[in-house]
Design a protein around this ligand. Structure first.
Ligand code: EPZ
Length: 423
């Protein structure tokens, strides 16, 4: 089936400018917590403009394993969890994606119990879940560890206050969902402010929940008795949009991305302008244009939203590597998120990594055989290959399938010479 994660490689001939527009669909990092949230919704949910990425399919499999009914119809996901009555998610499912941890909150909310094996995900860092578990404990959930399982007893679940030691996106979302069906008021302080969190709030409220403040540092949840079904279209994927914009700036030409909110990409727009690309904002669309000859930006530092997003760090590293001049990129969010660097070096990149900082000296890149090590690093290798002189092969592209659907097809429509090959 087309939407199964397939092994394979991209064969790319670089050096072609990109022209045209691409439609951005619902954000992976909005859709995943919203799918998990449906475990606590007692009615049918339709989610619009969704793509069959392997992460979305994996999260739907988790709901099915718990007794939920889910199906894709074109770009719509239909979910009905009225028959969901199981609370244990086994390792074969949780190991497929880090976001499986999002199921804890909704299960504790709906069934007052949950049991999952530690989640998997990209090897971009240790990715502990201590902020999730300490937040749940603050709401009265008793957590125990049994081997590699986390067992949650939510019979004592109550509204409460908690201050996150770090504005963790997933922990913020998990706690919003744990609190949505419990008596009383919950206040989450030092909450993450990513746009996907406000989207989750809007989804919960569309189902009859009462959440406010998302997008700011303090989120308040008034528990309600139940959540009903709804029809919802999640926000456009700002990271996918940013990836195409960076590709357009690197290759030269003119690329328009429609369907993502330009206000979610302010920090990237600044970097593209500093690199010498032209960026024009429209309602619901952004256009990047230029000759592809970019200056290497002096410095890019990842930060929690609204700072420069860590998920665009690898694509921007590729952009800097192919530019002219010297710059620094600093990754503050994850401790192992430069795995694309050794692969970029195979293409002639001059990058030196020291801890969380990389020094980049722009070079003309040449084609090479490289391997994707994680989702965003894989996308960065594709962008570098589109810019490089000659032919490249990007292997292990199942990492890229997790968050970019039909990536090669969309790039071909913009004029890229890229083919997906089975290997
Ligand atoms: C979400 O991951 C995103 N995933 C990530 O996108 C994104 O990179 C990240 O937020 C930061 O923006 C989804 O939304 C599905 P965090 P999450 O909790 O929630 C540490 C992609 O490529 N931390 O904000 O896991 C953690 O180790 C993916 O689309 C703890 O120490 O990110 C990291 O250093 C990759 N303890 C930092 O906080 C915890 O309990 C940020 O993590 C939780 C997190």
């Amino acid at each position: 089936m087309k939407n199964e994660p397939q092994s394979g490689a991209y064969v790319i001939d670089g050096g072609f400018k990109l022209y045209g527009e691409t439609e951005i669909m619902s954000a992976k990092n909005a859709v995943l917590p919203i799918i998990a949230c449906c475990a606590a919704v007692r009615g049918e949910v339709r989610l619009g403009r969704c793509e069959q990425t392997s992460d979305a399919m994996a999260m739907l499999d988790i709901l099915r394993s718990l007794g939920g009914k889910c199906r894709f119809e074109g770009m719509d996901i239909y979910i009905d969890c009225r028959g969901l009555d199981k609370h244990t998610v086994n390792r074969s499912l949780t190991s497929r994606l880090r976001s499986s941890v999002f199921i804890l909150g909704p299960l504790v909310a709906a069934l007052r119990k949950a049991e999952i094996s530690y989640p998997g995900g990209c090897d971009i860092g240790v990715r502990p879940i201590d902020i999730h578990t300490s937040g749940l404990a603050a709401l009265g959930v008793k957590l125990t560890e049994d081997g590699d399982k986390i067992v949650c007893d939510g019979r004592g679940l109550h509204g409460g206050e908690t201050v996150l030691p770090f504005p963790s996106v997933g922990a913020t979302e998990n706690l919003m969902m744990a609190a949505m069906l419990c008596r009383g008021r919950t206040i989450i302080r030092n909450a993450a402010q990513e746009p996907e969190i406000a989207d989750l709030q809007n989804f919960i409220n569309a189902c009859g929940g009462r959440v406010r403040g998302a997008g700011g540092k303090v989120i308040t949840v008034e528990g309600t008795d139940s959540l009903h079904g709804t029809d919802y279209v999640p926000i456009g994927d700002r990271i996918a949009a940013g990836t195409f914009l960076i590709g357009g700036a690197m290759c030269g030409g003119e690329v328009t991305v429609k369907g993502a909110d330009p206000s979610h990409l302010g920090s990237l727009t600044e970097l593209l302008l500093a690199a010498g690309a032209e960026v024009t904002e429209y309602t619901g669309a952004l256009t990047v244009s230029g000759n592809g000859k970019l200056k290497t930006v002096k410095k890019a530092e990842t930060r929690p939203y609204p700072g420069f997003p860590t998920d665009l760090q690898a694509p921007v590293t590729a952009m800097m590597a192919a530019g002219e001049g010297k710059g620094y990129i600093i990754e503050n969010l994850f401790e192992n998120r430069f795995r694309h660097v050794p692969e970029l070096r195979k293409m002639g990149a001059d990058i030196t990594v020291c801890g969380r900082a990389a020094t980049v000296r722009g070079r003309r890149l040449h084609g090479a055989v490289v391997t994707a090590e994680d989702l965003r690093g894989g996308a960065a290798l594709v962008l570098a290959a589109l810019k490089a002189e000659g032919r490249s092969v990007v292997k292990d592209i199942y990492h890229i399938d997790r968050g970019y659907y039909d990536f090669d097809e969309k790039l071909r429509e913009l004029g890229a010479h890229i083919q997906r090959e089975k290997v």
